[in-house]
Design a protein around this ligand. Structure first.
Ligand code: 5GP
Length: 226
């Protein structure tokens, strides 16, 4: 456990392509340091088996959630498949005031909403070293159907255009190195810009590479979605 923390924590918003390893990087960072906290979101969906209030999510009624939206209590929220999900400002504030670095794993829409609502937010986008590396990771999981891989690649192509609006771009090539970089960045906000400038040029080639992979995958097939 950390001693009395005088310094306030950082608000770190992490996004990245599906399969890029952001969950692993965040998990390792949290193991390495005791001043990291992963934000627990609120949702209106029912708990799944084994899920506990306050652990995986804060489970709220729709009425409660909507009251909190009206009261401006969310840093961001979104609706998926008929359920609300959102990040409670008070939860994040409490952690930060005790010196915890709060890490939020959200997509670019959530990231930009948080950025608009909270000046403390530092947005980090995690990318693979290349399109081929991302494809290898997606297929290497062995759990994804081709349809799901195509969907994820399409999503990554859209997200690539958003990455340049982040404060920082981090490459996950070697995992240990990426975790080390992530920790260094969290500790020193001045590194946001350095990593951004170093890695920005990788984005467009990754995007083109992903488009090529999609074309190759779709190749001779007919009747695919555009
Ligand atoms: P699940 O119901 O499978 O736990 O999550 C469904 C979706 O909600 C996932 O894509 C997850 O990333 C997203 N989600 C979870 N918490 C939040 C949140 O606080 N804000 C937003 N915008 N999305 C969230």
């Amino acid at each position: 456990m950390s001693k009395t923390a005088e310094k306030k924590g950082e608000l770190i918003v992490v996004s990245g392509f599906s399969g890029v390893g952001k969950g692993t990087i965040i998990g390792r960072a949290m193991q390495a340091r005791d001043n990291f906290a992963f934000s627990v979101s609120a949702t209106t969906r029912a708990p799944r088996e084994g899920e506990e209030h306050g652990v995986q999510y804060f489970f709220l009624t729709r009425e409660d959630f909507e009251q909190k939206i009206a009261a401006g209590e969310f840093l961001e929220y979104a609706e998926y498949s008929g359920n609300y999900y959102g990040t409670l400002r008070s939860y994040v504030d409490d952690l930060i005031s005790t010196g915890k670095n709060v890490v939020l794993d959200v997509d670019y829409r959530g990231a930009f909403a948080i950025d608009a609502n909270d000046a403390r937010a530092r947005l980090i986008f995690i990318i693979p070293p290349s399109a081929e590396a991302l494809y290898a990771r997606l297929t290497g999981r062995g759990t994804e159907t081709e349809e799901s891989i195509i969907k994820r690649i399409n999503q990554a192509i859209t997200e690539a255009d958003q990455a340049e609006k982040y404060n920082c771009i981090l490459v996950n090539d070697d995992l240990d190195r990426a975790v080390e970089d992530f920790l260094a960045i969290v500790d020193d906000p001045a590194l946001d810009r350095q990593f951004y400038e170093k890695n920005l040029a990788l984005i467009q080639p990754i995007k083109s590479g992903l488009k090529q992979i999609l074309e190759d995958l779709r190749g001779p097939q007919e009747g695919e979605l555009e």
